[in-house]
Design a protein around this ligand. Sequence first.
Ligand SMILES: Nc1ncnc2c1ncn2[C@@H]1O[C@H](COP(=O)(O)OP(=O)(O)OP(=O)(O)O)[C@@H](O)[C@H]1O
Length: 292
Amino acid sequence: MPAEPAAGPALVDVQGVTRRFGTFTAVDDASLVVHAGEIVGLLGANGAGKTTLIRMVLGLTPPTVGRILVFGEPPSRSGRRRLGYVPQSLGLYDDLSVRENLAFVAAVYGSPVPVPPDLADVADALVGTIGLGRQRRLAFAAALAHGPELLVLDEPTSGVDPLARTRLWDAVHEQAEAGVGVLVTTHYMSEAQQCDRLMLMSRGRCVATGSEADIVAGTTAVAVRTTRWQDAFVALDAAGLPVTLAGRAVRVAATPPDDVRAALLRAGLEAQVDQVRPTLEEAMTELDRVPA
Ligand SMILES: Nc1ncnc2c1ncn2[C@@H]1O[C@H](COP(=O)(O)OP(=O)(O)OP(=O)(O)O)[C@@H](O)[C@H]1O
């Protein structure tokens, strides 16, 4: 996962962009580039500002401050023809069949769009009657109809099962390998790990950028080893610490080991407390807590 952006002209170049809605700042001084052939992931909790940033890249919402270039120019109608966008809501016609949805897109772009082989068995089913995973696959195929150079995907696999998610990501990688730049928002850490570069947003601000290793560096996590792991979990949770349980492994993000030991001692628990390499999720917990 390279930390530095790939060479070559940027497909998307966002510099120092802020977007306010009244007195509320949804995006605060964000910068971002996407080059051909790379997958850039936008991460952040609900309301972090990801969709607002994407809408600005698409030219749907103007920035309050800052500069956005897409294909070297401010977002425009002609630029939009060179990109494919899959919104969270998918933008499909529920009362048309899979085939009819693709025919509609084909009519707009003037080029035929074949039904993808993995949707062949539902080609004549109304979109509203097929599963969400297949709807997302269809929205993705529709976004590719005109051979875009840039794909913008807003939570493309939200609510779909792991198999469908893997298939969609295979299709995303295929596009990137063919030279398409991809800007994708996600809540799933497993998906973030598939991106070439990441940008983590918290309350509108960009709090970390780079590879997974860059983002994890400088954050902390501890592992708590004790036979009384259930009691340890309850005590740390009651102490207000960001504790998680994976099987019997108790882990605490964003907290120095001594603070974890102290919280355990207060609960009358003895345990081995070791500093460990944080997961991306733990790093995000810590970075999301950085005061504004
Ligand atoms: N048109 C608008 N008017 C006022 N506030 C808005 C508007 N659009 C977005 N916001 C606010 O800006 C903040 C960022 O919203 P945004 O949808 O960009 O977040 P997000 O990171 O995409 O979240 P999610 O993961 O839930 O989609 C939220 O607090 C939202 O309520």
